[in-house]
Write a protein that binds this ligand. Sequence first.
Ligand code: AMP
Length: 293
Amino acid sequence: MQVVQTIAECRAARKQVERLALVPTMGALHEGHIALIRHARNLEAFVAVSIFVNPTQFGPREDFTKYPRPIEEDLSKCRDAGADLVFNPPPGEMYGSDAKPILIDIPHLTDSLEGKHRPSHFRGVCQVVAKLLNIVQPSTAVFGLKDFQQFAVLRAMVELLDFPVEMVGHATIRETDGLAMSSRNAFLSPIERRRALAISRALFAAKEQYIEHGINQTSRLVATMKQILLPPASNALTADGDLGRVPVSIDYVAAVDAVTLSPVEVVREPTLLAIAARVGSTRLIDNVVIGEV
Ligand code: AMP
């Protein structure tokens, strides 16, 4: 496995092969990322992973500086998962010392959900992924559906700007108890870790209400999710932190069309159920899809 830090080295390594798959990441790799790398291996004979904590997608009060950066562990995980090339540029390599703003915006997909709560987030994501696609020039790029809106936005960017790359979405990888894997889970205390479980439980419960009981009004599904996230005080956490029933702080609980990301009143497959919530100071997102995307 080759590890490169400059754009020039990355382009030179890329030239050695005709086709390759790219898995863009911000590092602090977990089984979710590894699944993407393994999937990429099945799609292309050569796999590149980028590891870059992209400053332009973090808001001013977000966790850019404290975002974990365990680069040596990440490299060995990439090696074990079968990556051929890792592109790990320092911020200066990507943006220079005097980066001018550039805006790629796709308002019909970025105005809702994450975009509403993190106003410049997707501009930063589009900026860095556009650069990575131009630098690495992959034939295939693999993304996780844990960040469902991100995938929708990037797929639209690639289509609308004619990037010659096939975009592949991969199912969310979860811990055995259902918590979606995330680099930010490392910030959770053991008690917060239990409280965070309410997020996946809420999503699964709402999906089950639809599948098992045919409840298709999204207001009822959203109410179910909120009830699990914000249980009545009588269910609150016991002193030893058991039950995981202390409310998390909700950013949004939404039911939207999984293609247009517009709110729907009645489930019309595919419908996306999505939650963003803060557990302590850690902001987590998760989603499930009803139907096929
Ligand atoms: P990040 O390092 O958080 O920017 O994520 C890099 C890529 O891994 C993105 O395409 C994410 O959607 C994907 N990813 C993160 N967590 C998971 C997960 N639990 N399951 C599947 N993909 C994931």
